[in-house]
Design a protein around this ligand. Structure first.
Ligand code: AMP
Ligand code: GLY
Length: 426
């Protein structure tokens, strides 16, 4: 069969890599892709949100399955547009993807169905928001309602920071229309973990847990980014807690969306805080995480084509997932300055040497080819994953491979996995 992957990041390279390994797949395309996807797939020069152009192209090329990586085409209705034309696209419809597209929608859904999450209020008026901040006091968490590439959240440890975020979001419109509404929520303490699940509108198939590292600098300091590294499994999520996540969060959320007439088919991403009161939802996303996908997909043995088919048939209850027992750890190599301003077009060396390291995979994110040279083309440039019998070995291998890659301004965190190592259980 012929498969199209939509997107251009490390997650999409990992999806291309995984689908290309399927015995069911003859040919993979990636739109628009990057220099890494071009080695396994044929890149198609259509942007990820050009939905009609993508549907025309998929119809003209008899694509059997389209897998969507990023949120923007999902919340813009790619899956709806494809199915209206008889094309199969894996991912939630626009109505179901609202669980990521609007934080106000997802908070209201959780409240209505008793799904554990931080207490919150929604504001459109800055004066009211300021009054609320002063009444509650710090710490508080302030979030732009809409999509803001993971950067619309302020964890305010002081009242001044909270007031600054109110001003930036509601008055300066730092996130444009995504900030028409502001959510202010209770600050939750605990260990963060990402749990993804495949859903078919009714059934839920939970994936192994992973943990992202959202801050730019070691020790979880500096500004929030799209994610600087990940690992899986996560020792903090015990089997008992995993059962609670499934029973108290994932199943009720999929049931709630069905009840609301928005059946959810695709990957449901739950960003969770493991609080003293049990797991609570920080956010839902409508897709694989990036870089979580780069850590998880190399561990997943089950064919994604089988998952997509069982999803379409509403039979995920008959599927179980098989995992490699090894741990995986992913280090992101970013452009100097990211998540702020950065340069692009900088030549990258050492890609082949890194990929030749034991159990190591180099996924491209912001890269493109210029003649014979691969150059930087984005904030997050590469995601280097290694597998190992335990997380320590995976970490050693991932850093050894990552350190063979150089480009001017290269920035990486040195402490990916630190929370797991602090627990000392791996
Ligand atoms: P989000 O994009 O909603 O996941 O938020 C980005 C990051 O902000 C999360 O990964 C958490 O580290 C932090 N965060 C979000 N909501 C809360 C909360 N209610 N309490 C504490 N930290 C939070
Ligand atoms: N790594 C966080 C995300 O994909 O949203």
């Amino acid at each position: 069969m012929k498969v199209l992957v939509v997107g251009a990041g490390g997650r999409e390279h990992a999806l291309v890599w995984k689908l290309a390994a399927s015995p069911r797949v003859d040919k993979v395309y990636c739109a628009p892709g990057n220099a890494g996807t071009a080695e396994l797939a044929e890149n198609v020069p259509i942007g990820a949100t050009e939905i009609n152009a993508l549907a025309d192209w998929a119809a003209a090329h008899d694509i059997d399955l389209t897998v969507v990586g990023p949120e923007a085409p999902l919340t813009a209705g790619l899956v709806d547009a494809f199915s209206a034309r008889g094309l199969v696209a894996y991912g939630p419809t626009q109505k179901a993807a609202a669980i990521e597209g609007s934080k106000a929608f997802s908070k209201k859904l959780m409240e209505k169905y008793g799904i554990p999450t931080a207490r919150y209020r929604v504001f459109t008026d800055a004066e009211e928001a300021r009054r609320y901040v002063k009444e509650k006091g710090a710490p508080l968490v302030l979030k732009a309602d809409g999509l803001a590439a993971g950067k619309g959240v302020t964890v305010a440890l002081t009242e001044e920071e909270a007031l600054g975020a109110v001003h930036a979001i509601l008055e300066e419109r730092a996130f444009g229309a995504a900030g028409e509404r502001l959510i202010i929520e209770e600050y939750l303490e605990g260990e963060e973990v990402t749990v993804l699940a495949f859903a078919d509108g009714e059934h839920v198939l939970m994936l192994e847990p992973s943990q992202d590292h959202k801050r730019a600098l070691d020790g979880d300091r500096g500004p929030n980014t799209g994610g600087m590294g990940a690992y899986s499994p996560v020792p903090a999520l015990t089997p008992e807690l995993a059962r609670r996540v499934e029973a108290e969060i994932l199943r009720p959320t999929v049931a709630a969306l069905a009840e609301e007439g928005r059946p959810y088919r695709g990957v449901l991403y739950a960003g969770l805080m493991l609080t003293a009161d049990g797991p609570k939802v920080l956010e839902f996303n409508a897709r694989f995480g990036d870089p979580e996908a780069e850590a998880l997909l190399p561990r997943l043995m089950t064919d994604l084509v089988e998952v997509a088919e069982a999803t379409a048939a509403g039979r995920l209850d008959r599927l179980s997932l098989a995992w490699r027992p090894e741990a995986a750890l992913t280090v992101v190599l970013a452009s100097g300055g990211y998540p702020g301003h950065y340069e692009t077009g900088i030549p990258i060396q050492g890609l082949k040497e890194a990929a030749a390291q034991p159990e190591s995979l180099v996924f491209h994110a912001g890269t493109r080819r210029e003649g014979n040279q691969v150059v930087t083309a984005g904030g997050r440039v590469l995601a280097v994953t290694a597998l190992g019998p335990d997380l320590r070995t995976a970490r050693e291998r991932a850093y050894r491979a990552a350190d063979l890659i150089s480009f001017r301004g290269r920035h990486l965190r040195r402490d990916i996995g630190w929370r797991a190592f602090k627990l000392g259980s791996c």
